[in-house]
Every structure is written in C-alpha cells, then in structure tokens.
Design a protein around this ligand. Structure first.
Ligand SMILES: [Zn+2]
Ligand SMILES: [Zn+2]
Length: 474
C-alpha cells in the first residue's frame, strides 16, 4: 500500500495498476497475443535427439541422479536383509516425501489450490526436497508451463513426444528448447520457497539420504537398511511415481471432461501417483485442490489437504463450481452420443423429398403400394409381408391418408414402428402436413437428437447477437 492514494487520483486504469506489487512484475505481463506460434516459429531449438548425437546431448547431472538410485539401490538390496521396521519406514517415508511433491510442490505451490500455514509450508518444503526433483521454484515453473502449453513444444514434458520422453527423456537430455513463459512471481515473494531454493543441495542430502538412514539407524539399529531401502529404493519409487503424472496420466484412460488434449483419468495412475491420476479433471480445473471428485476415488493427496484443514494447518481449499464440472461431463457425453448417432441411417427430411399433390399421389399409388401418414408418402412395398398386423391392413390404406389409423385409431404403433415408417418416405404431400402435426412427423428417435448449434434453425446465438443493442455491446 505504498501508493495508497492511487485509487482516488487515477483516472484511467492500465494493466500495471492492477498488479499489486510492481517490484515483482510478472514475466508474462507484456506477452504478445501470438506468443505460442511466434515462439515455436522463431525461437531456436536444439536438434532432435538421435542415436548418433545421444551421448553429447545428455544432462549428466540428471543421468547421475536417476542412474545412481536404481543401480546402487538394487545392488545394495541384494546385500542387505530387509527388516520389517525398515520396510514399514520406507513406505511411510515414500508417502511423506511423495506428499511433499503432490500436496506441496504441485497443488500448493504450482497451482495455489489452497492456503497452507507456515508450519505446513515448512514441512512440505523439507519433504519435497526429500523427493529430489528440484527446488519448488524450478519445479513449479516447469509445471505451470506444462499446463499453459500442454501438448506443444513449449510444454517441457510434451506428451506428443512419446511415453518415454514425457516420463524421463525430457530430464536425461538437455531441454530442446526453453519451456514457455510462465509467471512464478508469487513464489519469488514467498520466503520459504526462496529459502528452499537457496539451500536446496543441503536439503537434498539431509532429507533424501541422511534422515531416512538416521531414523532406521537410531530407531532400530538398521543403518545400512535405512540407507538402501528408505533412502535409495524409496527415492526410486517416489521418482517414477511422480514421473507417471507426466507420462501415464497423459496416455492411459478416459477423458470424461475434455478430449482436446492428452490428459486422462485412470485408477491405476491414481494408485501409483498418490492420487494424481484423475488428470483429465486436473487439467480442466487445475486450481481445484482435488483431483478426484468422488469420495470413493483414490486421492490421498486430497484427503491429506482436507485433514490439514480440519486441524487448522490449511485453509481456503478451492473447488470449481459443481455446475461447471458437470457441464464438462455432459459435453463429453453428448459428443459420444453424437458419434453413435452418426453411425446410423436416418430418414430423408423435407428438403430431400419431392412434393406431390393428392391427384399425383393417387395416380402413383396405382402402380406401387404408397401410403400417406402425417403428411409424408411412404413406399411400403418391401414391408407388405413383414407387417405384424398382416398385409391386408396395409393394402387397404394404399392411396389413402392413414394418419389416424397409424396413431392409435387402429393400433397405437410402437416407437420402433414409427422409426421404421420414417425410413420408407418417398415424398411429401402438398399441403398435407397441417400445423400441429410436428409431433407425429418427427419419429421418436429424432425428437432428442444431438444437433450442432449451427444445425438448429434460428439458434439462440444469432438472435442474441442481433438483439444486443441494449446488451453487452450497447
Ligand atoms: Zn499434465
Ligand atoms: Zn498440475
């Protein structure tokens, strides 16, 4: 509030006036409107990784970390007896450091989906360091780019480049290009995030290796087991568990909310990622503290945040309006229904049929079996012997108007009969469909059909635009 009198004296409001702290101007404040296409076209990218250039393109620090853990961990396990206390501790510490990433790095810092008290932030910053996946600031910056530029080359773990790339490839070789711009100025203001970034290497050693070893060593005398199982192998599992959010969660499962991009929902992914497997939902509603919206779906990270709220460590848990969530689901349902609808054959409509007068109908009905029902003329020649009520009920109506007989006068026909009849249309009787007959003319299968907005005559969109004189644009 250094410029406390701004509000009373400012006449016009520029973008900059809306930013509360000018010392931390977001890096994307002046981003051009065509940023993605412009950057992809003009920014130089490193050449694609091939078998020939593979060795020169490796990021050796990442290779060392991601290679050392499985090799020393498995060799160590071969020579180290696993005690049950250590096994239990390794699993507990897996969840603790995993939550440091999912509840801390991801949902708190990358997405601001809730507020955490200082003690909770400090705990998550420590535990997240124990997962050895970079500092909060580095991780959240890449992840925000991943959400903003999903499935493009500005997304550091672009899923279109294959499962191996999105899982680990993007880390073991030098990045092909800089991740797209994403603002982390809110994190630069956070002293815990800054502190963690500054002391990151020390924290990795303490939380990644020393603490799990010391707990098992001082606790039940298993120093070697603590190092191998709770330190290295636990770290191996935490790594590949969280890497699966970028790979498996963009590859396996359903898209119940939006199928424009690769994120998917699947229970298996949720099980291996401490609840981050409802990734289609997450990409649609990234600021929601939940990934799973149903109580029976596996999302321990959500449960952890909820418990933190109950004990006063977290607040302002954000959720997206249920109405909008369900709208996304309905959109996908309608899309599936539309696809099913397009695999079927439908009756000819008015615009594709010849209009004939009563005399012409009479004349033509002498040469083939034509029946008029609800204004449409139908050729029933291939149905005479199939008619469940017998051939005679059709032949006696040839050349006549059988609307009343068809709609309950003789027999109240089923939906299936109505649908089938519509497929036999060959013409429209001139003046034969008075108003009020729409209900009879449209077969049951088409009354609730899925139609694109531009297929509906006089859609709400055009009339709204026409009458906007006093509205938004007025
Ligand atoms: Zn994702
Ligand atoms: Zn995310």
């Amino acid at each position: 509030m250094a410029n406390g009198n701004d509000h009373s004296t400012t006449k016009t409001t520029s973008t900059l006036d809306l930013i509360d702290n000018k010392d931390y101007l977001p890096v994307d404040t002046h981003i051009p409107d065509n940023y993605v296409s412009y950057t992809l076209k003009n920014q130089k990218a490193l050449p694609p990784v091939t078998l020939e250039n593979f060795w020169t393109e490796l990021n050796w620090l990442h290779v060392a970390i991601l290679g050392f853990t499985p090799i020393v961990g498995t060799v160590g396990a071969y020579f180290t007896r696993l005690r049950w206390e250590t096994a239990l501790w390794a699993v507990v510490y897996y969840y603790m450091t995993g939550l440091g990433i999912t509840a801390g790095y991801h949902r708190l810092w990358a997405h601001r989906s809730y507020n955490a008290s200082r003690p909770l932030q400090i705990a998550l910053a420590f535990l997240g360091a124990g997962a050895v996946e970079g500092s909060i600031k580095w991780w959240a910056r890449g992840h925000r780019a991943h959400h903003r530029y999903t499935d493009t080359d500005l997304d550091p773990y672009n899923a279109h480049k294959g499962l191996l790339w999105s899982h680990i490839g993007w880390m073991i070789v030098k990045p092909r290009r800089k991740p797209g711009v994403a603002d982390v100025s809110d994190l630069s203001k956070n002293d815990i995030v800054r502190w963690q970034h500054r002391h990151y290497l020390k924290l990795v050693v303490i939380m990644g290796v020393v603490l799990p070893t010391v707990v098992a060593g001082l606790g039940w005398g298993d120093w070697q087991g603590g190092y191998v199982y709770a330190g290295l192998l636990r770290l191996l599992f935490v790594h590949h568990s969280t890497f699966c959010v970028n790979s498996l969660a963009h590859w396996l499962g359903e898209a119940p909310f939006d199928d424009k991009h690769t994120p998917r929902d699947h229970l298996i992914t949720a099980l291996v990622t401490i609840g981050e497997g409802y990734h289609n939902f997450h990409h649609q509603f990234p600021m929601d503290y939940r990934n799973a919206i149903r109580w029976y779906q596996y999302d321990p990270t959500k449960w952890f945040i909820w418990v933190c709220k109950k004990v006063g460590l977290a607040s302002h848990l954000k959720t997206f309006p249920e109405n909008e969530v369900r709208k996304g689901q309905l959109t996908m349902h309608l899309k599936r229904l539309r696809e099913a609808q397009e695999t079927l054959s439908w009756p000819s409509d008015n615009s594709h049929l010849p209009v004939v007068n009563w005399e012409s109908y009479q004349a033509q009905a002498k040469t083939r079996p034509l029946i008029c029902i609800a204004g449409f003329i139908h050729d029933v020649s291939d149905f005479l012997d199939e008619h469940p009520g017998g051939r005679h009920l059709l032949t006696k109506n040839v050349g006549r108007d059988a609307t009343t007989a068809f709609f309950g006068g003789v027999y109240d026909h089923s939906n299936a009969a109505h649908n089938l009849l519509a497929m036999k249309r060959v013409g429209i009787l001139h003046g034969g469909a008075p108003h009020g007959l729409e209900d009879k003319m449209i077969p049951p299968s088409q009354r609730l059909r899925v139609a694109r907005y531009n297929e509906i005559g006089g859609s709400g969109y055009s009339s709204a635009a026409m009458s906007d004189g006093e509205g938004l644009l007025g």
